[in-house]
Design a protein around this ligand. Sequence first.
Ligand code: G3H
Ligand code: 13P
Ligand code: ZN
Length: 334
Amino acid sequence: MKVSFKELGLVNTREMFAKAVKGGYAIPAFNFNNMEQLQAIVQAAVETKSPVILQVSKGARNYANQTLLRYMAQGAVEYAKELGWKKPQIVLHLDHGDSYELCKSCVDFGFSSVMIDASSLPYEENVKLTRKVVNYAHKYDVTVEAELGVLAGVEDEVSSAVSHYTKPEEVIDFVKKTKCDSLAISIGTSHGAYKFTPEQCTRDPKTGKLVPPPLAFDVLKAIEKKLPGFPIVLHGSSSVPQEYVDMCNQFGGNLPNAIGIPEEQLRKAAKSAVCKINIDSDSRLAMTGAIRRHLAENPGHFDPRQYLKPAREEMKKMYEHKIINVLGSNGKAR
Ligand code: G3H
Ligand code: 13P
Ligand code: ZN
C-alpha cells in the first residue's frame, strides 16, 4: 500500500533549500542506521532549532530493514514534537539510489526526497534515468537530488579510483532536461574516513599535521554562475575530526592517516549555493570512539545501554557542532 510522506508529518526539500540558498547556510543531511544515531540527530536538531535531513542508504536498508527505518523516521517526527518542536521540518531522504525501482519504492513508501545517483553512467543515460525518476517522484511532490561528476572513493557499490569534477558546461543542460530539484557535484570531496592519501597532502610545518588539498571552489563558482540560486549538494563532507580518530586509536583502534575535509572549507561552501551537506563518517567515528573509550575504561560493563549512552551523547555533541559552527542552520527551523 502506498503512503505519502505528508501523512507521516515529513516535508520535502523544496522550501528548505530555497531558504538555505538565500540565507547562505546549508541543511545537515545525516545518515542513520540505528536508534541511537536517530535520537542524537533529532535531539540536536530540536535543541539547535535546525531543519534536518535523515538519510537512508541502500546499505542502511540492508542492515536495518527498510520498513523499520521508515517507521523510525515517522517516530522521529513524533519524538521531535514531544521534545517541543511544534512543526518539525524533517526530510526522509534516500541516499545514493541506484535504480528507478529503488527510488519508486521509496516514493511509494513515504520518503519525501530521493537521490538518483546515475553519475557513473554516460551523460545521456544519467539524464534519461534521472528524468524518469523525477517524472514519477514529482507526481507525489517528492523532491529529487541528482548527481553530475564522480566523487573519488567508493559510492556505495559504484567505485571510482579518481575524482572527476563536475563539468560546469554540462549543468544547465542537465538540470533543464532532468528537472531535478538539486544537484550533487564533485569538487574534491569523497566518501569515508580516508579522503586523501598522505601523498596528496602537505604537512603543516608548525604542527606536523597533514593538510589536504583545497576543494575546487573555482568549479563551484562556475556552476553557481551557470545556475544562479539552484540548490547544490556536497557529498563526502565529513571532516574526520582528529579528536575521534585519536579516541579510536588510543583505545585499541587502528585508523592510520584518516583524513577529511577541513571544516573551514565546508563553512565557506555552506555560504554559497551549497544548501545540503552530507555527513556520515563523522557519526561513525564519534560513536566508535566513544564506545571504545567506554569499554576500555569500564571492562566490566556488558549492558549495551552503558556504552551506547555515552556514544549517543558524543554524536549529539558532534551534530550540534556541525549545525552551529559549520553549516549555520541553527535557528532556521520555523
Ligand atoms: O555515501 C555513503 C554513505 O556514507 C552511506 O554509506 O552505504 O555504508 O550506508 P553506506
Ligand atoms: P562522508 O563519508 O564524508 O560522511 O559522506 C557521507 C555521504 O556523502 C553520504 O551520502
Ligand atoms: Zn554520498
